[in-house]
Design a protein around this ligand. Structure first.
Ligand code: ADP
Length: 264
């Protein structure tokens, strides 16, 4: 694992991301506003997210977690530095190309599920492909549905499903296009702890069993302990990371960073 997230070897032939990186930020800065209202949300972040790994991003409120995810997903333009998905430098893409990247190469899971209420679970899962005019690969659809534990619920509408089941539909929808990377923003924030544990287990299975790549923003040390690695942000910078974390170790680091900056 450590070699997957190691920096480029000195003298490496390529200045681009190694084959193991699903996404990478290099000296990435993001500034919002001007003058008095100027906020540096990201301040020279260099981090890579290895393929087929589950990474949690943690940090105090306002530390830049969402901004990092949005810059790497092509939802926000960077101010300086670079954001890449695979080999693709996002700042070189026009709007049409960014839309295609978000549709075909990136998956999203949000706190609020964002399912369409009039569609069944199955229709919600395959919606991104339908919009793109593509058919689901039956074997992949079966694998995704089995991995997120939805078999038997595919004909239900969201209102007929529990919060945990709705989030499992949202995870399946994020995976259906076999994206290069899935970004999950507080995916268990609206769930009770048992449903949250199920969803986290399915996210982890999508990495271990289906080889997917997941980057998850969370405040919850128990959720972060499902990840292979935790990256900590504070004040728009990467300040630490843990590998194969347990929740006690995550909590210990969090308290250290929160204590450093009691104003937030
Ligand atoms: P986190 O996700 O860790 O809570 P954010 O990435 O949302 O942090 O925000 C980082 C900083 O950037 C905060 O100070 C926030 O107020 C600011 N920020 C985020 N989005 C905007 C925006 N659209 N306009 C102005 N400031 C923003």
């Amino acid at each position: 694992m450590s070699q997957l997230s190691a920096p480029l070897s000195p003298g490496g032939a390529s200045a681009g991301p190694g084959p193991a990186a699903a996404a990478r930020a290099t000296a990435l800065s993001k500034v919002y506003g001007k003058g008095e209202a100027r906020v540096t949300a990201l301040d020279g972040v260099t981090v890579e997210f290895a393929r087929a790994r589950f990474t949690a991003v943690m940090g105090p409120s306002g530390s830049g977690k969402s901004t990092l995810m949005h810059c790497l997903a092509g939802l926000e333009a960077v101010t300086s530095g670079s954001a890449r998905v695979g080999d693709t430098e996002l700042s070189r893409l026009n709007d049409r190309e960014l839309t295609a990247l978000r549709r075909d190469r990136v998956g999203f899971v949000f706190q609020g599920f964002n399912l369409l209420p009039t569609l069944t679970a199955l229709e919600n899962v395959v919606l991104p492909l339908r919009i793109a005019g593509r058919r689901p690969d039956p074997a992949w659809l079966d694998a995704v549905v089995a991995t997120v534990g939805l078999a038997g619920r595919l004909g239900h509408r969201p209102a007929e499903l529990s919060g945990g089941q709705q989030q499992r539909v949202a995870v399946a929808r994020a995976l259906i296009s076999r994206p290069e990377i899935v970004f999950a923003d507080e995916p268990t924030g609206n769930l009770d702890s048992r449903s949250g544990a199920e969803v986290l287990g399915f996210l982890r299975d999508s990495v271990r069993e289906l080889g997917q790549t997941v980057v998850m923003v969370t405040h919850d040390p128990v959720a972060a302990a499902y990840a292979d690695r935790v990256v900590f942000l504070a004040d728009g910078r990467v300040v630490d990371e843990l590998h194969a974390p347990d929740s006690g170790a995550v909590l210990d680091r969090m308290l250290r960073f929160e204590a450093r900056d009691p104003a937030r």
